[in-house]
Ligand binder design. Structure first.
Ligand code: GUN
Length: 282
């Protein structure tokens, strides 16, 4: 029987644990605050931002919402970040991506104080992950590690293949699997024989951004398959980067879309907010 990895249930479990922790902090007079900044009105971003605010409310984290107009300048945004960096009562700062074209993403992300960078995008946090030092880790790959661990899937010694090399998912994913003692390969759009590479994987993480690209032919019998993609198919139904029906028959465990990786990202963001407050107390 193929194990269906239930991201909704695991994320709910993590959120319950965090809720208890936050209540404990509150009893000691510590309040956790996340500042969420959105520039413009990209509809998908608005949904993500709303979900983040709702998760904060559920767990007991105060959220400060900054909904800035599309015409906001880079200087204005960086000045707001500077102000939030200096505020004692703000633990975490999140700038929702994508930003409008006239604003330099790298410059903005670099302006966030690393100790408040709950997205884990600042070069200092990325570097810390690379050399195995403490720091914030990008939420989606951190969530995938939790999915694997909480589903009883061993990483150490396994052949792990990550398809996709983005800064937000693929690269930090590879580093995290390495930290867990996996043997890691990163494949991408220029990989010569992708099927041969993915076919070696005991644990296959797919973040290619192409609907149902990974069919059963790409997957070894008994592999664990994690699908990071989310798309709408011809019938307007959600689907992932993995062709779920054919792959589920061949693998030993798989994440569905929706209800797999998706719910974990916010749970790990909440975890990073709680950690940012814990670090402050140390
Ligand atoms: N846009 C899409 N995913 C993310 C994310 O994880 N963090 C931020 N800040 N923006 C995003």
């Amino acid at each position: 029987m193929t194990q269906i990895i239930d991201g909704k249930a695991i994320s709910a479990q993590i959120k319950e644990e965090l809720k208890e922790k936050v209540a404990g902090w509150k009893e000691q007079g510590v309040e956790i605050t996340l500042a969420v900044i959105q520039v413009g009105e990209d509809p998908a971003s608005s949904v993500y931002v709303r979900n983040k605010k709702n998760a904060c409310a559920y767990i007991g984290i105060r959220s400060l919402a900054y909904e800035l107009p599309e015409a906001t300048t880079e200087e204005e945004l960086i000045s707001l970040i500077g102000e939030l960096n200096g505020r004692e009562d703000v633990n975490g700062i999140l700038v929702q991506l994508p930003l409008p074209e006239h604003i330099g993403e790298e410059k903005v992300l670099n302006a966030i104080a690393p100790e408040k960078d709950v997205d884990g995008f600042h070069p200092q946090n990325v570097g810390a992950l690379c050399i195995g030092k403490p720091g914030f880790v990008s939420c989606t790959p951190a969530g995938i590690i939790q999915l694997l661990k909480r589903s009883g899937i061993e990483i150490a010694g396994k052949e792990c293949v990550v398809v996709g090399r983005s800064n937000i998912v693929g690269k930090p994913m590879a580093l995290l699997l390495l930290r867990e003692n996996g043997t890691v390969t990163v494949a991408h759009s220029k990989t010569a024989d992708l099927k041969a590479v993915t076919g070696r994987a005991d644990i296959l993480i797919v973040a290619v951004g192409k609907p149902r690209m990974i069919t059963a032919e790409y997957v070894k019998e008994g592999a664990v398959v994690i699908d990071v993609g989310i798309h709408r198919n011809e019938q307007n139904k959600l689907c992932g980067d993995v062709d779920y029906e054919s792959v589920a028959e061949k693998c030993s465990a798989i994440t569905p879309v929706p209800g797999g990786v998706g719910p974990m990202t916010i749970a790990m963001l909440m975890n990073n907010c709680v950690e940012s407050a814990a670090m402050r107390q140390m």
